[in-house]
Design a protein around this ligand. Structure first.
Ligand code: AMP
Ligand code: GLY
Length: 427
């Protein structure tokens, strides 16, 4: 089998790692990949959203299955392009990827499907948006509708802050095209959980649920980031909650997508807010695997992921994956100085030769220089995943390994999984 993973972050390293583990003899390619994927796959030096080059590479290497990691190539139609050339692809069409690439569209779909989510209004003109903000209860959330690398949502404690965010997006062009349409929504109280549904557009296979840590600083303070760490499983995501999410959220959404003739096939990522009464509602949908959640979810899948993605890519209903029921995974993101606003590149990275058992270091923003020195080359540099028999063991191992990896300006959180730890202490 010849497999191609599109993308070059920690998520794609974790995908390659899983495919290698399940298919020791497969020909595995990653475009563009990173120094981590280079150890287990052939990196193809081309941008993940260069549709022509990726289509040519799929042809040249006779790729049987392409798995697309990031949202940008999906929203630009990479899956459509490859499918039109007769290839099996795991990832939604551009039309279906709108569920992430247009929050305004996602809100329409949810409204039509009766899926619980924050009440919202969509605006393209500044004055009506400001007038709405002036009447909206506080706190409130202002979101650029388009793709903004996870930075387009501004949680505002009062109307004044919201008016500033609206002016920046609709008045001053912050986020460019992505901010020309703005969604203003009410604030949801509760705790977040990320649910991954592998689907052919109708049938659903759920992977273990995860919890991300979006804020930069310990105790969930500071600015929003792409994610500073994650753990799985999450006690909050009980079988009953997941069953409810499937019935009340995922299935109606998929049905509405079919009704609109943009059937969603791939992985539908539901970012859920679970309120005090245990009811889930949707904070956001993504059209792809989460990063860094993938780096904890996939190590808990003991077999069957390749088959499952392969089935969906061929338009067949997915059969379930096998998950390690008694293990816990925690990943800690090591970020560059200045992340998320202006990450500083170039620092040399040292990783201990012998890593503890149960630990995998996934590369994201790293690059080898001409002398073979591994250097910081992006905001999120590495994600350190530890798998252990208990949450506490996995937390300690992920944290201590993160501490043992060195580069100047390293920023990381030592408290990944704190909510879960507090829950188990309380329970
Ligand atoms: P999004 O880009 O929509 O995923 O939003 C990024 C983050 O902002 C989410 O993970 C939440 O932590 C927070 N957020 C977004 N929308 C809401 C909301 N309506 N209520 C509370 N928090 C929100
Ligand atoms: N970790 C959040 C995301 O992948 O969007």
């Amino acid at each position: 089998m010849r497999l191609l993973v599109v993308g070059g972050g920690g998520r794609e390293h974790a995908l390659c790692w899983t495919f290698r583990r399940e298919n020791p003899d497969a020909d595995l390619y990653c475009a563009p990949g990173n120094p981590g994927t280079a150890q287990i796959a052939h990196n193809l030096p081309m941008a993940a959203d260069d549709l022509d080059r990726i289509a040519d590479a799929a042809d040249a290497y006779g790729i049987d299955l392409t798995v697309i990691g990031p949202e940008v190539p999906l929203a630009r139609g990479l899956a459509d392009r490859l499918r039109a050339e007769g290839r099996a692809v795991f990832g939604p069409s551009a039309a279906a990827a709108q569920i992430e690439a247009s929050k305004a569209f996602a809100k329409e779909v949810m409204a039509a499907a009766g899926v619980p989510t924050a009440s919202s209004r969509t605006f393209t003109a500044l004055e009506p948006a400001l007038a709405w903000v002036g009447r909206h209860p506080e706190p409130l959330v202002v979101k650029a509708s388009g793709l903004a690398a996870g930075k387009g949502a501004v949680v505002c404690s009062d109307r004044r802050e919201a008016a500033i965010a609206v002016r920046e997006m609709l008045g001053q062009g912050a986020f460019g095209e992505a901010g020309r349409t703005v969604v203003i929504e009410s604030f949801l109280e509760g705790e977040e959980v990320s649910v991954f549904a592998i689907t052919d557009g109708r049938d659903v296979v759920l992977l273990p649920a995860a919890q991300d840590h979006k804020r930069l600083l310990e105790g969930d303070e500071g600015p929003n980031t792409g994610g500073m760490g994650a753990y799985s499983p999450v006690a909050l995501a009980t079988p009953a909650l997941l069953e409810r999410a499937q019935r009340e959220i995922l299935e109606p959404t998929l049905e509405e997508m079919r009704r609109r003739e943009c059937r969603f096939s791939g992985v539908l990522y539901a970012g859920l807010m679970v309120d005090r009464s245990g009811s889930p509602s949707v904070v956001e949908f993504n059209c792809r695997f989460g990063d860094p959640e993938t780096q904890v979810v996939l190590p808990l899948v003991s077999s069957g992921l390749t088959d499952c993605l392969w089935q969906v890519a061929r338009g067949v209903a997915p059969t379930s994956v096998v998950s390690a029921s008694s293990e816990h995974a925690v990943t800690t993101v090591l970020a560059a100085e200045g992340y998320p606003d202006a990450p500083k590149k170039g620092a040399a990275i040292t990783i201990p030769d012998a890593l503890p058992a149960g630990v995998t270091v996934f590369h994201a923003g790293t690059a080898l220089d001409g002398d073979g020195v591994l250097r910081v080359n992006g905001g999120r540099v590495l994600t350190v995943t530890a798998v252990g028999p208990s949450l506490e063991e996995a937390r300690a191992l992920s944290r201590s390994t993160g501490e043992s990896i060195g580069f100047e300006g390293k920023v990381f959180r030592r408290d990944i999984g704190w909510r879960e730890a507090a829950r188990s202490t309380a329970g």
